[in-house]
Design a protein around this ligand. Structure first.
Ligand code: ACO
Length: 466
């Protein structure tokens, strides 16, 4: 192992030691028993406290600030594992053997080639689109690549006719009589059957691998198109983390950047029934396919109350501008009852363990990065101010999004890429949870309390007053 990467491991392990020391007195885990349906629970607005299913994938203990993937503490996974291993763990339930890891990595590499998807994506104005909207579009195009029979050599008769005569356009194609019409109809049926078969395939683990690898290639392609470069093909000799950075920057990262990116990916891979995971699961529960489910996850992650907070944090730090502005800025924000980006969490009522790892990583990187160092100073001062005002009373602490942006910025990554990078990693969690839920699927269908009126008399439009 590279010497500097050993230093990174030490930072993770000291964050673990601090977390254990500070939270040992907190209550033991809750919500860890098998469910006997129907279950009784107290539900708050926004489904707070609602239990929707059982899972063996991951556990968040909000009081202690613990995050567990398949029984393993997040700190140990960050210290000793890689994103490929963690993605395998989330999907398949155990850490891979060397042989299984090798074949999993090969699969991911194979699926990181998405030339047709990239070609299709480039027919849209990607450089003008919100990158998360482009990423979501890209996953739909990946689905097309997996299911489109034209990709397997199917060419419709109409297309053949048109391309046989370069000057012809569809309206000029002479009708060929009933026989031909029936033939075209039959072949359309054939084609639909073939798409259906591919879609059945598109709900299995193969599609999970395709998405885990492909969304990374998509995010990198979107980044490059935005900055006026052609997308790059993956570098098959690199790890997932290094290849991701290579496909964005066109430069193989150094071992420290690779290691830090790997840890960032591990930290973001799964997190209970958060809004984007739930969105993916809701879509999958209708027996829609996993590409559309992951697309819904991306859509939900984009919002600033969820994954979009990482970009919002950097914009907030820019707005604050300097350490001396923190106090007046925070006073104003608190007076206006503003939500401070990167703070608070529905489940954690303790320090988010992911922020415990990301803060020292941000500090490590910002030693050689002036802008990162400036952001970090402001962030530390803001954390102190928020802690004094809100930690004790409301149990508000920094969440995963508070320091991740400083880590990304210090690695030269632009703010509009922060949330897509979060999505790249979370595909592992979304797909694992969808696959798990589908084994005992029941369509999600809560109810709302109707507070409207009854018995209104229908009035024709011309008799309605303002
Ligand atoms: N800043 C100031 N006060 C806050 C914050 C915050 N960031 N978060 C919560 N509070 C306060 C609320 O005002 C509320 O106070 P009140 O009881 O006096 O009304 C109390 O804490 C509870 O807050 P809720 O809004 O009920 O918490 P909820 O669980 O609904 O929301 C959320 C959680 C969305 C994360 C919220 O804390 C927030 O908006 N944070 C800022 C955005 C953010 O960082 N999101 C990323 C979360 S991590 C992730 O999704 C990857």
């Amino acid at each position: 192992m590279h010497d500097n990467t050993k230093e990174i491991t030490k930072l993770v392990l000291s964050a673990k030691a601090k977390a254990l020391k500070e939270t040992s007195h907190e209550p033991e885990p809750e919500l860890t028993q098998p469910i006997k349906w129907p279950v009784s629970c107290t539900v708050g607005p926004g489904l707070e406290g609602a239990i929707a299913c059982e899972t063996g994938i991951g556990y968040v203990n909000g009081a202690k600030g613990w995050l567990i993937y398949r029984g393993y503490n997040i700190f140990d996974l960050c210290a000793y594992s890689t994103y490929e291993e963690v993605a395998y763990l989330l999907l398949y339930g155990s850490l891979p053997t060397l042989k299984r890891l090798e074949s999993f990595k090969k699969k991911l590499m194979q699926y990181s080639h998405i030339p047709n998807t990239k070609r299709l994506l480039m027919s849209f104005p990607v450089e003008q689109m919100n990158p998360m909207a482009a990423l979501r579009l890209g996953t739909s195009l990946m689905r097309q690549e997996f299911t489109d029979v034209e990709a397997d050599g199917y060419v419709s008769e109409t297309v053949k006719m048109i391309s046989a005569d370069e000057d012809s356009i569809p309206m000029e194609t002479k009708p060929m009589g009933e026989k031909h019409a029936i033939y075209e109809f039959d072949s359309k049926l054939e084609r639909e059957k073939s798409i259906k078969d591919s879609l059945l395939h598109a709900t299995g683990y193969e599609s999970c691998h395709h998405l885990i690898a492909g969304v990374a290639s998509l995010a990198a392609a979107i980044a490059r198109i935005r900055y006026g470069h052609m997308p790059l093909e993956p570098n098959l000799d690199l790890s997932f983390a290094a290849n991701l950075l290579y496909m964005i920057n066109g430069v193989v990262p150094n071992p420290v950047e690779e290691r830090i990116m790997d840890i960032v990916l591990i930290l973001h891979a799964d997190h209970g029934m958060n809004a984007s995971t739930f969105a993916s699961m809701v879509v999958a529960s209708t027996l829609s396919d996993i590409y559309l489910s992951v697309g819904s996850g991306i859509a939900a992650l984009q919002g600033p109350l969820h994954g979009g907070a990482n970009e919002a944090v950097i914009n907030m730090l820019k707005e604050i501008g300097s350490v001396k502005n923190v106090k007046p800025w925070l006073e104003k924000a608190l007076a206006k009852k503003m939500k401070i980006m990167g703070f608070g969490h529905r489940v954690y009522k303790a320090y988010d363990p992911r922020a415990r790892v990301l803060a020292p990583l941000a500090a490590y990187l910002s030693k050689n990065n002036t802008e990162g160092a400036k952001f970090l100073k402001i962030a530390k001062a803001l954390e102190k101010g928020v802690a004094a005002a809100l930690s004790k009373e409301k149990k508000i602490f920094p969440n995963v999004d508070f320091y991740s942006g400083i880590v990304y910025s210090s690695m030269g990554l632009p703010p509009e890429l922060f949330t897509p990078l979060f999505a790249v990693s979370r595909v592992a969690g979304w797909t694992a949870r969808v696959e798990e839920y589908l084994r005992h699927n029941r369509i999600f269908r809560p109810r709302a309390m109707y507070t409207g009126t009854f018995d209104k008399r229908y009035r024709p439009i011309e008799k309605r007053k303002n």
